[in-house]
Ligand binder design. Structure first.
Ligand code: FPP
Length: 240
């Protein structure tokens, strides 16, 4: 179990509120998702200076297949465009990109586009950006269990190392959900065992670099005990 690593915090974000943001402006939901991609760019640029080493963004849950076909297609298209259009900037900024989740149900060509973007950014060391797409934590845990069983090692370490295939999936330090809801929605359930949770009513398209800085600053004010005792209590005990 880790309490923040040398390579920075792991912050995970459930990017909620795109649809409501658009509807409130009389716009199609798709426009909310497009505005959401702008926020992704803002947050990715700001993350390293907030001490974030790994940033995992929930872009498409395995439950999102239940949405209307047009909205699903729009989200697929946005990922395709992001991979095609933003890789150069990611490389320039030292960002390594990984996509976690299922690959076997994606539209034709998207898996190959993901693999190309991952290869192009593989040497990035400033930030590991992980986009969760067709992702379900229960599926990831079950997959890891199947792989561990096949390898004959079902220890917690073996499970943790197999959660996202070959992509490292460290414990989450801080989980943030925008958009006002307070639930986990099948996101990183294993990795969030000791995560600090933060919720904001800000809709994802409105989420700013300043909001990120405030959220991280509030996280640093929390005392993480991992089931132990506060520092003062430990000192009292050793003095007794
Ligand atoms: C939840 O808001 C958001 C999603 C299901 C999609 C999030 C996707 C993006 C921000 C864009 C994709 C990003 C990349 C990098 C390709 P919601 O639509 O459920 O909002 P609502 O709760 O207001 O309806």
């Amino acid at each position: 179990m880790q309490s923040g690593r040398d390579d920075g915090l792991h912050v995970a974000i459930i990017m909620d509120g795109n649809g409501r943001w658009a509807t409130a402006r009389g716009l199609p939901r798709k426009v909310g998702h497009e505005a959401g991609v702008e926020t992704v760019r803002r947050v990715v640029r700001a993350a390293p200076s907030e001490g974030i080493g790994t940033l995992t963004l929930y872009a498409f849950s395995s439950d999102n297949w239940r949405r209307p076909k047009t909205e699903v297609a729009a989200l697929m298209q946005l990922l395709r465009r992001y991979l095609a259009g933003d890789v150069d900037e990611l490389v320039d900024n030292g960002v390594r990109l990984s996509v976690i989740g299922r690959r076997d149900r994606l539209p034709f060509g998207l898996g190959a586009a993901i693999a190309r973007a991952e290869a192009a950014t593989a040497s990035g060391r400033k930030l590991h950006l992980r986009i969760a797409f067709d992702y379900s934590a229960r599926w990831a845990i079950a997959e890891a269990a199947r792989n561990c069983a096949a390898a004959g090692d079902i220890s917690e370490d073996a499970m943790a190392s197999r959660l996202c295939g070959a992509v490292a999936s460290p414990d989450v330090d801080l989980l943030l959900r925008t958009g006002g809801e307070k639930r986990l929605s099948d996101f990183l359930l294993w990795e969030c065992a000791y995560a600090e949770l933060a919720f904001t009513g800000v809709m994802w398209p409105d989420f700013s670099a300043g909001d990120l800085a405030e959220t991280v600053a509030a996280f640093h004010c929390r005392e993480r005990r991992f089931g132990g005792l506060p520092d003062e209590a430990l000192q009292d005990r050793s003095a007794a």
